[in-house]
Design a protein around this ligand. Structure first.
Ligand code: HEC
Ligand code: HEC
Ligand code: HEC
Ligand code: HEC
Length: 344
């Protein structure tokens, strides 16, 4: 080769390498692309809910769910996790968005607008926000709504995706899908905690509590409801722990934490089963006992988790807590509730 030929050849090689590198970078961003929990185009945002739910927004602003928006990205711990994950900007295109932020589409662009918001738990509002608050026309007040319209309104709101307080399983499922931190790499590589020591009564009746619509008192959930929260919480804990083990690929921190979580949740459910006579609960225990909690068992564990989910949903729909007095001794006392209750 002449000198010019060699130079051209080198340039070509360099260009090819650049193209290859660019392609690889594209591939890796697609592989890491964040799976958002809500469709950004359907997210209305805190202010939209606040038009009518003023007190609730006030209560929410004091929670970690709200303050994480500003505080988390600034913390040293977050920077450390992000560095280990190879994430530059925590608030954009990162794995952190799924659980710490709410992303909305504004003027054609997706961006994080808040921490864990109303819609993270009640679902994105665009399709139901108008339906759920319409008592039957502009001039009709709550007290004049016909019973038939009310039934229809609730049905339509739920069909449009709203997660209402009555649907305990769906509501609580959200908590567990974040709080079990189902992301192996984030835990094993990033060093993020592998889920929290989450118990549904304790964690929902403290700072998160916002029973502020039907009265201003923000009273705790009543006894029957707390019984339901307690039992459904343990069912969901087991379901999500099994999903975690099912997806785990390495015998490392994440898999070990999920396996421990499954074992602990099952032990709690067995204890409850001794004091409560309940068909769905007994079935859930039998399903879990048959599924071997180990790596490389994805199909079996996922199937078990799905069956547990079906039973837990049924449990949530069928009971109101009045038959669950057997768990009263296990219900956490108010001083154990997590964080400060709004208004207290
Ligand atoms: C135009 C006023 C208005 C807006 C805006 C609004 N709501 Fe409501 N919301 C209401 C009214 C009125 C009720 C009471 C309905 C009832 O009594 O059944 C209510 C009830 C609720 C309930 C309890 C429903 C139940 O079944 O007990 C939830 C949850 C809720 N809203 C969430 C939201 C969220 C989340 C947003 C924002 C995406 C929002 N709301 C926006 C007026 C509004
Ligand atoms: C799968 C859900 C999930 C993802 C994804 C996630 N986190 Fe978290 N993170 C949580 C939960 C849940 C907690 C709260 C645990 C608790 O309080 O017990 C938390 C707590 C934290 C904390 C400690 C509390 C604080 O705000 O200082 C930091 C720091 C943190 N996460 C950083 C990150 C970073 C950085 C990313 C992205 C690389 C990330 N998280 C991704 C669920 C997640
Ligand atoms: C972390 C999840 C979560 C977030 C965030 C959240 N909610 Fe809720 N919401 C719940 C749960 C759980 C209940 C039922 C509580 C209970 O029974 O004690 C509920 C109940 C309600 C109710 C019924 C209240 C009543 O008086 O009976 C309304 C209205 C409501 N939420 C609106 C909102 C609005 C508006 C926001 C945002 C400012 C919001 N929620 C944020 C989980 C959440
Ligand atoms: C979209 C993900 C997500 C959902 C859904 C969610 N959480 Fe959280 N939650 C988090 C993250 C992330 C943190 C940590 C925030 C921080 O400190 O930076 C947190 C923090 C909390 C805290 C404060 C813990 C502390 O540090 O004292 C409580 C209590 C809590 N969550 C309860 C709940 C309950 C109850 C539900 C369901 C009704 C729920 N969360 C649903 C992600 C979520």
């Amino acid at each position: 080769m002449s000198n010019t030929e060699t130079r051209e050849w080198l340039i070509n090689v360099r260009i090819s390498l650049l193209i290859l590198l660019a392609a690889l970078m594209c591939l890796s961003t697609t592989a890491n692309a964040t799976e958002l929990r809500l469709n950004p185009a359907k997210v209305k945002g805190i202010d939209a809910c606040g038009e009518c739910h003023k007190e609730t927004v006030k209560a929410w602003k004091k929670t970690h769910h709200s303050t994480t928006f500003a505080d988390m990205p600034r913390s040293d711990e977050a920077r450390e996790i992000a560095d280990k994950m190879g994430i530059k900007r925590i608030k954009s295109e990162s794995d952190c968005l799924t659980c710490h932020f709410t992303v909305a589409k504004e003027k054609g662009k997706e961006k994080p607008i808040a921490g864990i918001s109303c819609e993270s738990c009640h679902s994105a509002g665009k399709d139901w926000i108008d339906i759920h608050s319409d008592f039957g026309g502009k001039d009709v007040k709550a007290e004049n709504e016909t019973p038939a319209h009310k039934v229809e309104r609730y049905k339509k709101s739920e069909a449009a995706g709203m997660i209402r307080p009555g649907n305990l399983y769906a509501l609580a499922k959200n908590c567990y899908s974040c709080h079990t931190v189902p992301n192996e790499k984030l835990v094993n590589v990033g060093g993020h905690e592998a889920g929290s020591n989450f118990e549904l009564v304790r964690w929902s009746q403290g700072e998160v509590r916002h029973n502020l619509w039907y009265s201003d008192d923000n009273t705790e959930a009543d006894l029957n409801r707390r019984r339901m929260l307690y039992v459904i919480g343990k069912m969901l804990d087991l379901e999500y722990a099994l999903r975690g083990v099912a997806k785990a690929t390495k015998k490392a921190q994440y898999a070990v934490a999920m396996a421990k979580r499954a074992k602990r949740a099952l032990a709690f459910l067995k204890k409850i089963d001794k004091t409560v006579d309940n068909n769905e609960l007994t079935k859930i225990i039998a399903i879990a006992k048959k599924a071997k909690v180990s790596l490389n068992n994805e199909a079996v564990l996922t199937k078990a988790a799905n069956s547990i989910s079906a039973q837990a949903k049924m449990f949530s729909d069928k009971y109101d807590g009045s038959t669950l007095s057997g768990v009263d001794g296990a219900l956490p006392a108010p001083e154990k509730y997590r964080g400060t209750v709004f208004g207290e």
